[in-house]
Design a protein around this ligand. Structure first.
Ligand SMILES: Nc1nc2c(ncn2[C@@H]2O[C@H](COP(=O)(O)OP(=O)(O)O)[C@@H](O)[C@H]2O)c(=O)[nH]1
Ligand SMILES: Nc1ncnc2c1ncn2[C@@H]1O[C@H](COP(=O)(O)OP(=O)(O)O)[C@@H](O)[C@H]1O
Length: 211
């Protein structure tokens, strides 16, 4: 947002994707806690909540019928089937807030990333988080202890498919040491905020020099 050290600029859509278990939820939470002026884009999903999840904070947990209605009413920027459930990004206030310089964080998969890039390539920044190894990915999924062994197996299969899309992203960061990974993600955000194309206003002395 505009202050004495920054020019007025458009907001950006900061997308973090990773195979399930690589750490994007953890990194998203750190970013929202420690970084000012970025809001989470909260998705709607037909998946049931996990015990620690809160409706309206982690997701909008909706029924199949409600999701159908939202699709019919064109309420989504994009939506996709993932693990047998549906997930979508409600348009809500996003478009207007971008103009005012509000940044949004998206924790979405490669399908959603492709759709958002098609709709709004200039505002999108894409970051892919990789685990240090496949074995470590399985360990993390097991340590999260929120899924049955069958679900973990299917998440591992899906992880391999998700990883095959890594080359479609602008940035790739390996989540080995959590704090180091977080700092890299934060540096990407800081640099992207300063891109000249995002600046929509000139400070007076620059405008005078341009005249
Ligand atoms: N396309 C799309 N994918 C989403 C959306 N919200 C979440 N996802 C993806 O759905 C997948 C499953 O999410 P979740 O059930 O929370 O498990 P997670 O793997 O622990 O994040 C993840 O890959 C998310 O990135 C959305 O709005 N659109
Ligand atoms: N760098 C890391 N080292 C060790 N464990 C991690 C690291 N990053 C995340 N984890 C743990 O791995 C599990 C999966 O992380 P999570 O953020 O839920 O992944 P995702 O959202 O990508 O599915 C969680 O239990 C989390 O605490």
């Amino acid at each position: 947002m505009a202050d004495q050290d920054t020019l007025h600029r458009r907001g950006l859509l900061f997308i973090l994707s990773s195979p399930s278990g690589a750490g994007k939820t953890t990194i998203s939470r750190m970013l929202l806690e420690r970084e000012e002026d970025i809001k989470l884009s909260i998705s709607a999903t037909t998946r049931p909540p996990r015990p620690n999840e809160v409706d309206g904070e982690d997701y909008y947990f909706v029924s199949d019928a409600e999701f159908d209605r939202m699709v019919e009413e064109d309420d989504f920027y994009e939506w996709a089937h993932v693990f047998g459930h549906r997930y979508g990004t409600p348009k809500g206030v996003i478009r207007k807030a971008l103009k005012d310089g509000q940044d949004f964080l998206f924790d979405i998969d490669w399908q959603g990333t492709q759709q958002l890039k098609q709709k709004d390539d200039q505002d999108v920044v894409t970051v892919f988080i990789l685990p240090p190894s496949i074995e470590e990915l399985r360990r993390r999924l097991e340590s999260r202890a929120s899924d049955s062994p069958d679900v973990i197996d299917s998440r591992m299969e899906r992880a391999k498919a998700e990883i095959s899309h890594w080359a479609e992203y602008e940035y790739v960061v390996i989540n080995n040491d959590l704090d180091a990974c977080f700092e890299k993600v934060r540096e990407i955000l800081a640099a992207e905020r300063m891109r000249r194309q995002r600046q929509t206003g000139l400070i007076p002395f620059v405008r005078e020099l341009m005249e």
